[in-house]
Write a protein that binds this ligand. Structure first.
Ligand code: ADP
Length: 400
């Protein structure tokens, strides 16, 4: 049993990191990963993901703040437990297997710190390799294995000691799409099977949503939102979070009226209206942007009979179409040069087809037009209840 008491929680409190030379990588990051849960940190390149996970792993020192595993402090300004003292397993993007050891020895070596006879270490390593479908490769050296095979050995090595705490640093980035999907499922299943507390970093939103109990979004070294994937998707706190979790596009509009449960805005040409909701208070007449999720848009040919032409529709022209196996994704040009992409239809609508788009208000999110860098902080600092209560609006006049 670990010094940290089985699977510990991870508590990160007001952590900042400034590298030698003055580069600030993290600012005042706080969150907690509950014992036995799976959290993903999501952010673009340079947002501070690696720095944060390396601080948690003990590979970097924090500049400010504290990190605790359970009730035990492992990092603070004056304290830094070494990585090997933290009782965690880590899986890296580049596999990091020991090149002079076979697959079996790599896995068995992870048990070295356990007070087990050598034969028992070997039996457990064989059993884990078998569980991962790698037995036939057990005598191979890393350079004799493909990238996917190496990463599965690395995963077996990380899991064999049944760690309470597992850290994953973009482990699927170097793999082909097909293998990525399979290994993602294995990581999800196996970490939950051993009951580990897991922290996983990625820049891939679909990977984050598929794996996580909770997703934290990092933007330039700040944690801007931490929520369940479903909440991140339906109630993004900032335009950055909305964009980074997948949008068809965004459209300019003006708030016309504020209702109790939803807002109605005019989009683009003054005669078209869209209902949308906002998680932040907006004023009448305020210039806004409607951030549109692709799943909220339905498309039909303009001339099709039976199309509901209520006001919540926009007309447009297909400018691109891509086959996606189960159907087609379209890029649609709407008025004033605005473009919505990823619009799904089971039928192919060829380039140049005039179409009518209808919108589900739940996938249309309003933010003030000037939601730039400054407003990230303003919105982030809002009271949580304010952010989750849908505030509603009606907007009237178009802008371009
Ligand atoms: P991510 O993992 O999200 O790509 P990183 O944590 O690697 O982000 O980097 C965050 C910021 O810190 C970047 O601007 C990066 O250039 C900088 N950075 C990372 N490592 C170092 C370092 N050892 N020294 C100085 N700056 C660094």
């Amino acid at each position: 049993m670990s010094d940290f008491g089985g699977a510990p929680s991870i508590k990160v409190d007001s952590v900042s990191k400034v590298y030698a030379g003055g580069k600030r990588a993290l600012t005042d990051v706080s969150f907690e990963v509950e014992a036995g849960s799976f959290m993903v940190l999501l952010g673009p390149s340079g947002s501070g993901k690696s720095t944060l996970i390396r601080c948690i792993a003990g590979l970097e020192r924090v500049s400010e703040g504290t990190i605790q595993f359970g009730s035990k402090t492992v990092s603070s300004k004056g304290l830094h437990l070494k990585s090997e003292e933290r009782e965690l397993s880590m899986v890296f993007q580049d596999y990091a297997l020991w090149p002079h050891m076979t697959a079996l020895d790599n896995v068995a070596f992870a048990l070295k710190r356990r007070a087990l006879p050598k034969s028992q270490r070997k039996t457990q390593a064989i059993s884990m390799l078998d569980r991962m479908g790698l037995m036939h490769l057990s005598d191979r050296y890393p350079q004799e294995l493909s990238g996917g095979e190496q990463q599965r050995v690395a995963l077996a090595r990380a899991l064999v000691a049944r760690p309470g705490l597992m850290l994953f640093d973009e482990p699927l980035s170097n793999l082909d799409a097909d293998l990525r999907e399979r290994l993602r499922v294995e990581i999800s299943t196996l970490t939950r099977e051993v009951g580990a507390t897991t922290l996983y970093i990625t820049h891939d939103q679909s990977e984050a949503f598929a794996l996580a109990d909770y997703v934290g979004v990092l933007d330039r070294g700040r944690l801007v939102q931490l929520d369940r994937p479903e909440v991140l998707y339906s109630k993004p706190k900032t335009p950055f979070v909305a964009r980074f979790t997948g949008l068809a596009g965004d459209l300019p509009a003006v708030v016309n009226s504020v209702e109790s449960s939803r807002s109605v805005v005019s989009a683009l040409d003054g005669s078209s209206w869209l209902s949308a909701h906002s998680n932040v208070p907006l004023k009448m007449g305020e210039k806004v942007r409607i951030l549109v999720r692709a799943a909220a848009v339905k498309m039909a040919p303009l001339l099709a009979s039976g199309v509901d032409r209520e006001r919540e529709t926009l007309s447009g022209t297909v400018s691109d179409v891509a086959f996606r196996g189960i159907g087609y994704e379209h890029v649609v040009q709407v008025s004033d040069g605005h473009v919505l992409s990823g619009i799904f239809s089971e039928r192919r609508h060829s380039r140049g087809t005039a179409v009518l788009l209808s919108f589900d208000p739940d996938g249309c999110i309003l933010f003030p037009e000037k939601s730039g860098d400054e407003s990230l902080i303003t919105l982030e600092d809002q009271d949580q209840s304010q952010l989750t209560d849908e505030t509603c609006f009606e907007a009237s006049q178009s802008i371009s």
